[in-house]
Ligand binder design. Structure first.
Ligand SMILES: *Cc1c(COP(=O)(O)O)cnc(C)c1O
Length: 402
């Protein structure tokens, strides 16, 4: 088997300008962490998002941002959070680690994200927090979800790890909720050399705790000191949420990553638009095949971080399809997002129960196509042809069986 299109671990290639920005920061950064490139990246990110300056905090990865968001929830024993079962594991476990009990919400079968209705069905008197995941890069119906959260006095957190630049009603994914997180992992549409993340916290008082939480409780001493070295270089204080202490860690991101993140913000809309145009081209080219059901969104509501389809004939067909694509066409497709309640991790913690038939059905029949931004036009057209050839071959096999 000759692999022609891999499911790449890398989403984008860098331009010469982006590489130059990295080299420049390597040469000139005064410190390699917690310096001016961090401040600039956060400020430019807040401007891009259309949110208050000071509300965005760059961190080492999306999971680190989720850890801090979970800490800022200040869960009390018995508190629950609602989260889709159809997501990446780190959307959920930081909230468990910091004291929340997950209740799994189902997805909409067409959009593959949660809705206000599916969240409402998972609410109990113990619900404190709702985590919304804009999976694949598609923005969930935030106005309706926020209405529900405000009505029930729930904290709303957006996992926009996959949805940078996606918009709804002219607002960016990750600018609606009380908090939001972003990931700049190697797979994502914007990646800061493989790892990186951002935490957005709308409330200024909560947001002001983040620099201490992120950096070991480090902070400045209050007021002027006549001898700058006394009693020590800087203070270490205990961040407090009301009367509850919040333990810090080191979630810092390096200056080189931040320098790159700042310049990538100039190109992210273009990257998203190119991915979206390709997704629509592929979906339309295959519109005549009922076997594959895509989610077609020709607007900025979707950035097509990932391109996934449901195999309508069912799970057996899906497996034949992926095998044929791999063995006969050299194209590596994958299956993503085992509903979290079905993983040993969550079962062993006692969170194996869910009432999420749509998430289960989608997982059991889904296929995710290789969709890295840097795929050549030639490979992309090959991908479309390979899908068609596989669909036709499987039709013929079926006709032969009958
Ligand atoms: C990638 C991702 C994360 C975690 O981000 P990291 O930067 O890899 O820690 C969280 N949630 C979702 C939905 C993701 O896709």
């Amino acid at each position: 088997m000759d692999l022609k299109i891999d499911f790449s671990g890398r989403a984008v290639h860098y331009t010469e300008d982006e590489i130059a920005a990295v080299v420049d920061a390597m040469r000139n950064a005064a410190t390699l962490t917690q310096g001016r490139y961090l401040a600039e990246f956060e400020s430019r990110f807040a401007a891009y998002q259309g949110v208050e300056q000071g509300s965005c905090h760059a961190v080492m990865n999306g999971t680190g941002a989720l850890e801090m968001a979970a800490q800022l929830c200040a869960f009390k024993p018995g508190d629950e959070f609602v989260i889709p079962s159809h997501t990446f594991t780190s959307s959920a476990y930081p909230f468990i680690k910091h004291g929340g009990r997950p209740v799994w919400a189902d997805i909409d079968p067409l959009t593959r994200v949660v809705t206000a209705e599916s969240i409402a069905r998972a609410l109990t008197p113990a619900t404190r927090v709702v985590v919304v995941v804009h999976l694949y890069g598609y923005v969930a119906d935030m106005p309706a979800i926020l209405d529900l959260c405000r009505q029930k006095n729930l904290v709303c957190i957006e996992d926009a790890a996959q949805a940078i630049g996606s918009e709804l009603d002219g607002r960016k994914a990750g600018s609606f909720g009380d908090m939001a997180i972003f990931s700049f992992h190697s797979h994502k549409n914007l990646t800061t050399l493989g790892e990186g993340g951002m935490l957005y916290v709308a409330d200024p008082a909560l947001s002001s705790l983040v620099p201490m939480l992120r950096h070991n409780g480090h902070c400045a001493y209050a007021g002027d000191r006549p001898d700058y070295w006394k009693p020590a270089m800087g203070n270490v204080d205990l961040p407090m949420l009301g009367d509850a202490p919040v333990m810090p860690a080191n979630y810092c991101i390096g200056e080189i990553e931040c320098a790159l993140g700042s310049v990538l913000l100039n190109r992210i809309d273009e990257i998203n638009a190119q991915k979206r145009a390709r997704a629509i081209r592929l979906i339309d080219a295959l519109a005549g095949y009922q076997e594959l059901e895509f989610h077609r969104v020709p607007t900025t509501r979707h950035n097509y971080h990932l391109l996934a389809a449901r195999c309508e004939p069912g799970a057996d067909y899906r497996d034949k399809f992926i095998r044929n694509m791999y063995e006969r066409r050299g194209v590596k497709c994958v299956v993503q997002y085992l509903p979290l309640n079905r993983y040993d991790f969550y079962r062993k913690l006692g969170f194996g129960q869910a009432n999420c038939p749509q998430a289960d059905a989608f997982f059991d029949t889904m296929v995710s196509f290789p969709f890295q931004h840097w795929m050549s036009d030639r490979d992309f057209e090959y991908l479309i042809g390979a899908i068609e050839a596989t669909l036709l071959e499987l039709r013929n096999e079926n006709a032969g069986d009958a």
